[in-house]
Design a protein around this ligand. Structure first.
Ligand SMILES: Cc1cc2nc3c(=O)[nH]c(=O)nc-3n(C[C@H](O)[C@H](O)[C@H](O)COP(=O)(O)OP(=O)(O)OC[C@H]3O[C@@H](n4cnc5c(N)ncnc54)[C@H](O)[C@@H]3O)c2cc1C
Length: 522
């Protein structure tokens, strides 16, 4: 993973020159005044941990698994939001941990937490490091130092119950590794977020992730049937049955807890048979509202496709145009839907036929398999383009929300207006990314020219959007989580009593407050 960008450097995407010209003409993008910092230029805080703490941590996890080198510290600094990347590109390593600790078992995690609680060292659980909400930045004030607790060594398929279709997997498994291990038994998780190449199972659970195939396989929190969690106060072992009436479901308290309540050391996950057939195809609707009405009918009447997403007019236009055609943004391609089906041949044929009938009845025009295959082929490539856009002087960032169907038009307009009012004339694209019988998630991508202070510029736009989402009745996050960036909006969403409930749980599980301080708990 690039330390100041996304993914495998070998897959870096160059911006075609027509795109550069378009950015300059349409958005006024100019090359940044300063070149990006090199690795050696990143400014790190002086390491703060005492020899006593380092020795105790070494005893807990083994000396070779406590890393103090600049490489480890820089690679565990913040996550992968655009402000995170802009700060790294500016050489700002001020949020770097003092040490990176890599435990190899539940017992080692528990012992590392005990040591950190005893010495008041803040702990940031670190999976793939792909958080986009500031979920990996610990508050330093009042702590003797900060440790990133990297779960990379917790990477085993522990067991698989083929009869129940439940697999126990460790949290540090990256998604491709997990899929490979399950494929050997004929299963899949079916969780394919855009961060698939790098994110981990623990991060998915801790941030309530949702993948591109959520219409068929469900969100990640739907897949979790059990878990083991190490907290500074002891171990939680949750989940004896798929559903239970034994009181409130404590699994739900840990899902989305973003490392603030404990470290997930094992997950029992519902798995599905690996699909024999995969079909992705495109549809066109005249307008976004016509497309949304069609998706709503499909979601409410079923059967559900595996993938179902609808791009608005702008996203469709940008997605369809070849670079040399981008200047002609006036053409009206309508709004594109991608519908995908994975399963047995008979199941795919049935769901495809029924969905096609509904989409046609609602005014959709079939575009065949080409748009679907193009989407499937490029589904993980957009983050690579972000690096090139940042280097060219454009800020590109994404944000997401969700609401009930009746609120979708208002929420869509509110977010667009907030972005436009704050950023001047940005390019704002949106798609309906996840659908339910009762509502949907809206996912926005914004491109704008960088100001002299691009981080401040984005932070003020983000504040405006957070306010707009709250006023329009949306949730502050459908699948990215709270982190630091959504703290204030989250507090408004759950109210004072909700905040005090969270604080009560935190106080019970982590009385010293060492776990991810500053994240999640308003
Ligand atoms: C380019 C890009 C595309 C993305 N696309 C999607 C998408 O399609 N869908 C989606 O849902 N999200 C997406 N995300 C967001 C991100 O990938 C998810 O939030 C993911 O769940 C984070 O997983 P991770 O392993 O990287 O966790 P990290 O970023 O390492 O951690 C996320 C949070 O969980 C905590 N944590 C991590 N592991 C544990 C553990 N074992 N126990 C307790 N707490 C833990 C961390 O402290 C942090 O607060 C995207 C991000 C990027 C950069």
């Amino acid at each position: 993973m690039l330390w100041s960008g996304w993914g495998d450097p070998a897959k870096a995407a160059e911006l075609p020159s027509p795109v550069r010209r378009l950015l300059a003409d349409l958005l006024g993008v100019q090359a940044p005044a300063l070149p990006a910092a090199t690795f050696g230029e990143v400014r790190l805080p002086a390491p703060a941990l005492s020899p006593l703490v380092l020795s105790a941590l070494s005893s807990a996890v083994g000396g070779e698994h406590v890393r103090l080198d600049d490489d480890a510290r820089i690679r565990h600094t913040r996550g992968k939001s655009t402000p995170d990347l802009l700060r790294m590109r500016a050489g700002d390593g001020s949020d770097a941990p003092d040490a990176v600790v890599l435990p190899g078992s539940h017992a080692e995690v528990a012992e590392a937490l005990r040591v950190c609680a005893e010495h008041r060292v803040a702990v940031v659980p670190f999976g793939g490091g792909t958080s986009v909400v500031g979920g990996l930045i610990a508050a330093r004030k009042g702590f003797a130092g900060v440790v990133a607790l990297d779960t990379a060594r917790l990477n085993r398929l522990v067991s698989i119950d083929t009869e129940s279709m439940v697999a126990e997997l460790e949290p540090g498994l990256r998604a491709p590794q997990a899929e490979q291990l399950l494929a050997a038994h004929g299963f899949t998780l079916g969780h394919f977020p855009q961060s698939f190449e790098y994110a981990t199972l623990g991060g998915y659970a801790a941030a309530r992730s949702s993948g591109q195939a959520s219409a068929g396989y469900g969100r990640f929190d739907d897949m979790v049937v059990g878990m083991t969690v190490a907290t500074p106060q002891g171990t939680l072992d949750l989940g004896r049955a798929p559903k239970s009436a034994a009181g409130p479901d404590l699994r739900q308290v840990i899902l989305g807890s973003e490392g603030a309540f404990g470290v997930i050391t094992s997950l029992r996950l519902r798995v599905r048979p690996a699909p024999a057939v995969r079909v992705y195809e495109g549809w066109r609707f005249a307008t976004f509202s016509a497309g949304a009405a069609a998706l709503r009918r499909v979601a409410q009447e079923g059967p559900a496709p595996t993938v179902l997403r609808l791009s608005d007019e702008t996203e469709t236009m940008v997605g369809l145009a070849r670079p040399e055609e981008l200047g002609a943004l006036a053409s009206e391609p309508g709004c594109q839907v991608i519908a995908g089906y994975e399963g047995t041949a008979a199941d795919v044929a049935y769901r495809r036929e029924r969905t096609a009938a509904t989409l046609s009845e609602m005014g959709g025009v079939p575009l065949g398999s080409e748009p679907g295959e193009k989407w499937a082929h490029g589904r993980y490539s957009a983050p690579y383009l972000r690096d090139s856009l940042l280097a060219a002087g454009a800020t590109v960032e994404t944000l997401e929300t969700a609401c009930f169907w009746s609120g979708v038009p208002r929420l869509y307009e509110a977010v667009r207006q907030a972005l436009t009012a704050s950023l001047g004339s940005p390019l704002v694209m949106c798609h309906v990314s996840h659908v339910y019988a009762t509502g949907a998630s809206l996912y926005f991508t914004v491109v704008t020219a960088q100001s002299d202070d691009p981080v401040g510029q984005w932070e003020s736009a983000k504040r405006a959007v957070n306010d707009a989402i709250g006023l329009a009745g949306g949730t502050i996050s459908h699948h990215h989580g709270v982190g630091r960036d959504h703290l204030q909006a989250y507090a408004l969403e759950i109210g004072d009593l909700g905040v005090s409930m969270l604080r009560g749980v935190k106080e019970r599980l982590d009385p010293a407050g060492i776990l991810n301080p500053g994240v999640l708990i308003p």
